[in-house]
Design a protein around this ligand. Sequence first.
Ligand code: FNR
Length: 452
Amino acid sequence: MIPTLAEVHARARARLDPVTCDFIDGGAGDEAAVRENTDAFRRLALLPRVLSGAAVRDSAVTLFGDRLSMPVLVSPTAFHRLAHPEGELATARATAAAGTVLVTGMASTVAVAEVTAAARAVRPDAPVWFQLYPQPDEQVTAALIRRAERAGCTALVVTVDSPLLGLRVRDARNGFHDLPEGLAAENMRGLPGAPDDRPRDIAMWPALSWDDLRRLRERTDLPVVLKGVLHPDDAERAVAEGMDGVLVSNHGGRQLDAAPATIEALPAVAAAVRGRIPVLMDGGIRRGSDAALALALGARAVGVGRPVLWGLAAGGEAGVRHVLELLREEFDHALAMCCCGRAGDLGPGHVVVRGGVPRGGGAGDVGAARVGARGPAPDGHAALYGDAMPYGDAMPYGDAMPYGDATFDGDTTSDGAPAPYGDAASDRDPAPHEATTSVMTGETRNDHDRDT
Ligand code: FNR
């Protein structure tokens, strides 16, 4: 019998130390964001079209010159050797064999050059991207970028949703503050300011700003993808700052428990970006149909985090491969069921909200089927959705646009007060947040939580 993802997860739980299990499955606070990431998909449905399908579907997408055999990539997750002794090497081989991208983490327990070598031993052109937490010491950031470039990574994924580490209740309760003996964040060795060959701590940097990102952008010719964008104004800014992509993510619910589900944040980000750069998303993808929903709502591809770690824990390289092939098969099935020939054929017209009561409509009124579709969308949205918003009144945020008009029209609300999410939020925030929080390496124990 072919194990479902739920069964893979059960096998992983049976094999893993419960503390590691908590580290992987857990999130910030009450874990509402973790739950919402998956639950929000269950509130959506794919609305298939008929009689326009293709005998063979093409799921491939191209991102920054890298060809992915399907629009599902492996999001960066820390410490794979906690899940399996071969760690990131097994993940790299399986991902290369599946023909998709591995975003290897800065907090990898295998150095990036070994990760890319493992992927390329399977497939010479296997794309590996490097995930970076910019460090307050610019020399360290520069050295990490050079290292990723030399290792042959073809894009940088810069995580910007971690000004501080999330409040991880499970890890705190378990006293999980450091990697076990023998494991370390291998990319952090041999960096400026680190004595001997000891790995440096990875710092969370609350004062990281657009200025820093601009300098980082100038340091490399690699495409730069901002990971952890949820607000459409930040997406707009990312385009203006010359970023090559945005990844809508709430870090799998591990950072801000009050953050929205990523599938609910995606449409507004896609609308703000208006196709100028690729929008990716991760968080809660557990089925191929989840990937199809995300593509329909504006993502070019999706990432998976925990499912890959479950596969790795359950069966090493073969386990990861199995998880990726399950998602591929299910995605292709969803495409076929929607009568789409290619991944890019999915659009907002393929999505409805479950439980919505359709309004009556005239013959051919597709809007009626799309649960109360409304009139013209606010600026920027028309390009993506055509005349009507995909969810109409049933949009996850209710009648209003998610963040109110202020975010689309300027910095102030209608009564002149600063917009809650206005530009101020992206400006450099001086003290008291200037201090950096040092986190983990696996070799030095400190009182701060670590990971990522
Ligand atoms: C993560 N994630 C993450 N992200 C990142 O940018 N750097 C990192 O080091 C890590 N580490 C990490 C560890 C573990 C155990 C998990 C589960 C996640 C977040 C990850 O890239 C991705 O955003 C989420 O995992 C996506 O959600 P799902 O697929 O796990 O629901």
